[in-house]
Design a protein around this ligand. Sequence first.
Ligand code: HEM
Length: 404
Amino acid sequence: MSIGETYDPLGSHLLDPYPLYDRARDEEPVFWSPAVGAWVVTRYEDLLKVLRDPETYSSVNPFTRALPIGEEAVAELGKGYPHHPDLIQSDGETHARLRAPIAEVLKADRVAALEPYIRERAEELVEGFAGDGAVEFMERYAVPLPCSTIGRLCGYDDERAKVAYSSLLAFTTLQSTHLTPEEEVEAARSGVRLQRLLGELVRERHANPGTDAISTVVRLSSDGGKPLEYADEAAIVANLVQLMIAGHITTVPLLGMAMVLLLTHREQWERLCADPALIPGAAEEILRYGTPASGLYRDTTRAATLGGVGLPEGARVVLRFNAANRDPARFERAAAFDVERKPGRHLAFGWGVHYCVGAGLARRQLEITLETLTARLPGLRLTAPVTFRPVHDLRHPEAVHLAW
Ligand code: HEM
C-alpha cells in the first residue's frame, strides 16, 4: 500500500505517527492522503517554502474539516455572530490588520507583566496536590494554568475562564474530529456560548475600558468614542475567539507533553532538577520534539511544485510541523530527545507572517512550570502510559498520571 493509503491519523497513527513520517520524508515527502483530503508535507525545507510564500499558499482555510457539518449544527451556529475572518484564517492586508491588535497585547512587556502572576498560580496549583503523592496532571495543572493566564491577560476571573475553556474545547471538535449529529449540535452550541461570553466582555470593555487585553483589542479595532456597531462587535469577537482557541488548545497539551517527554527520559528530568539553567533549552527541545500544533492547512492560489509534486490551483496541503521538526536533514540526531541540544530553529510556532503571536507567553508558561516542578517535586514519575485525544492536527495527551 502507498504511504497515503496507509496513513490513519486518528487510528493506527494517533499514538506514534513518526515511523510513517520518517518513511514519507525519504520516499514520498509530499503525499496525498484520502484520510485528510490534502497533500501531506513532511520535510522541513518544503514547509519553509510554503510558509515563506503566503501568496501562493493561502491561509483562508487553515483547519481540518473532517466532515461536512450537518444542517442542525449549521442552524445552531447561525444563532451566533455572522461569520467574519480572523487573523489565522486570512491573508494579505486583512491578515495584517487583524493581527496588529492581537500582537500588541502579547508583546514582551505584557508577557513580562504577567510573569509574577503565572508563577504564583503555578505554585498554588502545585501546592494544591503536592501533599497527595499522586495526581492526574492535565486536570489539576495543564488545563488550569493556561486558563488562569489567559483570564488574567484578558481581565476575567477563573469562573469565566472555565466556561471559556470548556466551550472552546467542545467547539474545536467540530473541525477536528468525527462527531455524531448530536455531538455536532452540542459543539456548535459551545461555539455560540464562547462568542456570547466574548461579546459580553467586548461590550463591557467598550463602555468601561481598562488596561486588559480585551480593552486594548477593542480600542485598537474600533473607532474611538463612537458607539460600537454590531458588525464591529462581530469582527472583534471573531478575532478574540481565535486568540482564545490558539492560547489554550496548544498550551494545555504542551504542558502535559513536557512531563511525558521528561519523565520517559528520566535522566534528563534529573539533569534539569540538578541544573535549572538547562530549562530554557529544554523548553525548546520539548517544543521541537513534542510539537503540540502538529498540522495546519493551506490552499494553493495558483499552480505550484512542492517536493517534486505538481499541485494545481486550489490544491489543499497540510503542513506537518511535527514531521518537519524531526527531519534529519535539518536536525542532527533528529529522532533523539535531548534537552542539551544546541538550539536549532524548530517550526513548533510556525514561521513567517503567521508566526505564533503567543510564542513568548507559551514559552514562559512552560519554563515557569518546569522551574516550579523541578524545585518542588523532583521525585516525579509517570505511572501510566499516555493516550492522545482523537483529534486531527494536535498532539494532546488525554491524561498524564504522575506520582512522587
Ligand atoms: C504551545 C503553545 C503554542 C503553539 C505550539 C502554537 C503554535 C502556533 C502556530 C504553529 C501558529 C502558526 C499558524 C499558521 O501558520 O497558520 C500559531 C499562530 C498563532 N498563535 Fe500560537 N501557539 C501556541 C501558543 C499560543 C498562545 C499562548 C497564544 C495566545 C495567547 C497563541 C496565539 C496565536 C495566534 C493568535 C496565532 C495566529 C497568528 C497569525 O495568524 O498571524 N498561540 N501558533
